[in-house]
Design a protein around this ligand. Structure first.
Ligand code: ATP
Ligand code: MG
Length: 339
């Protein structure tokens, strides 16, 4: 929070996960899922609670909602919604996920002013102005045991993968780092591999080159579909996609009561995913002329062993899954706090 009591927030609403960071040092990441809340009939109380990542939001129009893992684990099948295939900007789910992020980033606060930097996937970037208008204004939230009002005064929307590059070239106060001047001056590709999509942008001298940027429908979900098939064919066990997604982050799952490590399970089947990402990158970029290729998004971690050998200039951001949100925050600090 700066001297005027305005909090700056970097917000990355993905199809799979919502990631957000604030200048109060807090960062959050939760599943981009919303479901009507129901009464949970039984909860074991044995003194060692397993924290569910999510929260309950009382919406004046939609009623009480679960957001995050709470929605995917407790929500009724069919009633759980995610931003996939929906109007990215005007669907109420965008507001729900943004509000949930604000609530988690601002514990113990009842009212604040905020500035938000967020992104849109390359394919939706033309809606940037709409999104700005959608997020700006008063967000009133009724939560379990508290209420929160966030007055969003300013919104900046950038092409989503740009955040990852900004996270590398700006420091935590939004100042340009001298050590990454090559990336500022050069031609850089950014590969943002997410849950369902891989966004690729070309940036030249920090200019976004739209004609050399694009998106393919490949991501962690493609890997999950493959692992799911392996499990079904070879082990006769059926897992829900969201369970496999959690398993991919953990690195193991249970088959016949035994812990089975995920690597090795589908290794050769994941290579074609990396190959199709490379093929698309090659059609958009002249790869050998690039100063660097920034790899970001949760999928870049999940597919790291298959991606790295394909991109010699690969640069990993310190926390690839959070990179866009971190870059958005740093950009906001640069723009608004005059760093
Ligand atoms: N450390 C990790 N190891 C493996 N997988 C990970 C890791 N971190 C995140 N993931 C996986 O990456 C996916 C989410 O990536 P990310 O947050 O970049 O996607 P998204 O932004 O929601 O999707 P999209 O870009 O398609 O909108 C999830 O499936 C998540 O399980
Ligand atoms: Mg993403």
């Amino acid at each position: 929070m700066n001297n005027n009591g305005v909090v700056t927030i970097g917000l990355d609403v993905g199809y799979g996960l919502t990631k957000a960071v604030a200048d109060n040092g807090k960062s959050v990441c939760f599943e981009s899922r919303v479901a009507p809340a129901e009464f949970i009939r039984f909860q074991a109380d044995i003194g060692a609670p397993v924290q569910t990542n999510g929260l309950t939001l009382h919406d004046t129009e939609e009623g009480t909602l679960w957001v995050g893992e709470l929605a995917s684990t407790q929500g009724r099948p069919g009633a759980v919604r995610s931003p996939r295939d929906r109007d990215r900007v005007n669907d109420p789910i965008t507001t729900c996920l943004a509000d949930a992020a604000f609530a988690m980033l601002l514990p113990g606060i009842d009212t604040t002013r905020a500035r938000v930097v967020t992104g849109l996937p390359v394919a939706f970037y033309r809606d940037a102005l709409d999104l700005t208008q959608h997020l700006r204004g008063t967000h009133r939230m009724l939560l379990e045991g508290r209420s929160l009002t966030v007055e969003v005064e300013d919104v900046l929307v950038v092409p989503q993968p740009f955040g990852a590059l900004l996270s590398l070239i700006l420091d935590e106060r939004g100042r340009m780092k001298t050590s990454t001047l090559d990336l500022v001056e050069g031609k850089v590709g950014v590969l943002d591999i997410g849950s369902y999509t891989t966004d690729m942008i070309l940036v030249e001298g920090l200019q976004y080159i739209e004609a050399r940027s694009g998106s393919i429908e490949v991501g962690v979900s493609t890997a999950i579909a493959m692992i799911r098939k392996v499990l079904q064919d070879d082990y006769r066990v059926s897992y829900e996609p969201h369970e496999l997604e959690q398993a991919m982050r953990r690195g193991w799952l249970i088959v016949d009561g035994k812990k089975l490590p995920l690597n090795g399970l589908a290794s050769e089947r994941l290579d074609p995913i990396a190959r199709s990402i490379e093929a698309e990158a090659r059609t958009l970029w002249n790869i050998s002329t690039l100063t660097g290729i920034v790899l970001a998004g949760g999928g870049s971690l999940a597919l790291k062993p298959w991606l790295e050998p394909r991109f010699r200039q690969a640069i990993y951001t310190p926390n690839a899954a959070m990179a866009n949100a971190v870059g958005f925050l740093r950009y906001g600090l640069r723009q608004w706090n005059g760093q």
